[in-house]
Design a protein around this ligand. Structure first.
Ligand SMILES: Nc1ncnc2c1ncn2[C@@H]1O[C@H](COP(=O)(O)OP(=O)(O)OP(=O)(O)O)[C@@H](O)[C@H]1O
Ligand SMILES: [Mg+2]
Length: 472
């Protein structure tokens, strides 16, 4: 089981592949060394033979056949163990002098060298056959001379070299395979830890984390990254659970109300005018529910970030003018002065409807929470950074409450008569994050000043948008 896993592991296969490449190159190197040493040794033998022949030729030139014969005799005497071989035969093939008995048979290679075997008596009296390399040389009067070298020792050395290389190569492969095993075992052990933790997490134990070994290697880094990812997923799941809890809780009350109204209507004890009033109220309630759902959907859409394909250069001044037009009648009705201050043309890259909705939510809050007689101003600026601002002189939000006001379904003064369900600022926050804009909530002393400050660096350069002038 473990063995098959080891054999199948990527590390083991990688080690094998590496070993294969390494063995091939080592083999090529061995072959080269072997070949070169053979050539070198053979060359040496040939040179020795050639040098001797040259020497003997000179002897023959000086002393004639008799001189040559004498030298051969001397050398044959000196070479009793036949490391060098000499044989001088007369024109009929009869042995004149030398340390072997008969003219040997053999093949002549491309260098004119004769490969032959000769007999040598061993100290124990037995005869051994040894290989030799020699050269023939015709002396005047058809006498022939053979000079050779025993190469048996050289062949033995070559065999030894070959054996050593084969053994070394085999050892290398064995050590390599064992090393591959050890390495794979170690890698598998590390991955096993990660796999085990992942299985627990997949089975639902979201709080589980992968143990770090403290080796600070890539496995630790992987584990750390996975842990960070799990933290993030856990936080997201928790946030989502909270949102669904909130939604369930906040929608239950209006739905219950709706149901009890229908209940009253079904009792049938109402006259037509009462029934109509009840129905109208029910419809308003249903509209409110639809609005809540729409707000939730808009937040979800903004948070998913999936809307980037709909992004385009957005003229903030045009948006401000639109929202101003939309809210001016309502502000007037509530006795609030709504002002628009957008002196410049400011363009950012973003989602036009979401940006308009976010600004509308801010103006809605300002108009809703400011007392009659108050003043609300929509401001657009291009420097130092593109910015949308809504300022009022209402009650404002205490600094400690500002973060909390951004959460879904959070209303800071629910007892106030103003309708709403605490989703307006959540959408503003989601839109700000989608656009990588900063959402600042400042004290307007008195009142609240909310700003969306865009990062011009994060915006692709938009084409200049048509000018929109200030409105009041
Ligand atoms: N301009 C403001 N001045 C004072 N308080 C504010 C202002 N804007 C928001 N708030 C407070 O922050 C809370 C959250 O605002 P948010 O817009 O998220 O919800 P809402 O206005 O209550 O409901 P919705 O916007 O969903 O209709 C509000 O209930 C209100 O108490
Ligand atoms: Mg609101």
């Amino acid at each position: 089981m473990l063995l098959t896993r080891l054999l199948k592991s990527a590390t083991f296969r990688l080690t094998l592949a590496y070993l294969g490449v390494f063995s091939l190159s080592a083999m090529a190197l061995f072959a080269f060394v072997y070949e070169a040493s053979i050539t070198f040794m053979e060359q040496q033998t040939r040179e020795t033979v050639e040098a001797e022949i040259q020497g003997l030729r000179e002897q023959y030139a000086l002393g004639g056949l008799a001189g040559l014969e004498r030298v051969i005799r001397q050398r044959a005497e000196a070479e009793r163990n036949r490391a060098s071989i000499y044989l001088l035969v007369d024109r009929w093939g009869g042995r004149v002098a030398g340390n072997i008995d008969a003219w040997p048979e053999g093949e002549v290679d491309e260098n004119g060298l004769l490969r032959f075997t000769f007999e040598r008596p061993r100290p124990d009296g037995r005869i051994e056959h040894r290989r030799a390399l020699g050269k023939r040389f015709i002396v005047a009067g058809r006498w022939r001379l053979l000079v050779g070298r025993d190469v048996e020792d050289r062949i033995a050395t070559q065999k030894l070299l070959l054996n050593a290389m084969t053994l070394g190569g085999g050892l290398m492969v064995v050590v390599g395979v064992l090393g591959g095993f050890a390495l794979s075992r170690w890698t598998l052990a590390r991955l096993e830890g990660i796999n085990r933790a992942t299985k627990f997490i997949m089975a639902g134990d979201l709080a589980r984390r992968i143990r770090l070994e403290g080796t600070e290697d890539e496995f630790d880094e992987l584990a750390r990254n996975l842990n960070a990812m799990l933290d993030r997923i856990e936080a997201l799941v928790a946030a989502m659970r909270e949102v669904t809890d909130n939604i369930a809780h906040d929608l239950r009350t209006p739905l219950t109300r709706l149901r009890s109204r229908i209940d009253v209507a079904l009792l049938g004890r109402l006259d037509e005018a009462e029934a109509r009033a009840l129905l109208e109220e029910t419809m308003r309630e249903a509209d409110q529910l639809i609005a809540t759902f729409n707000a939730l959907l808009a937040i979800a859409r903004a948070e998913s970030g999936a809307l980037r394909s709909e992004w385009e250069p957005v003229d903030l001044c045009a948006i401000a003018a639109e929202v101003f037009d939309l809210y001016e009648p309502l502000a007037e009705e509530r006795g609030i002065t709504l002002g628009l201050d957008s002196a410049e043309d400011v363009t950012v890259y973003g989602h036009p409807q979401l940006l308009a909705q976010a600004l509308a939510n801010l103006v809605d809050n300002a108009v809703k929470y400011t007392e009659p007689g108050g003043r609300v101003t929509i401001r657009v600026r291009g420097t130092p950074r593109p910015m949308l601002e809504v300022a009022d002189n209402g009650p404002g939000i205490p600094e400690t409450q500002r973060r909390r006001a951004l959460e879904r379904f959070v209303r800071l003064q629910p007892e106030r008569s103003a309708p709403g369900n605490g989703l307006g600022l959540s959408l503003v926050d989601a839109v700000a994050r989608l656009h990588e804009a900063e959402l600042e909530m400042l004290d307007n002393a008195p009142g609240l000043r909310v700003r969306l400050v865009f990062d011009p660096a994060a915006q692709p350069k938009p084409a200049p948008a048509p000018a929109q002038k200030a409105l009041h």
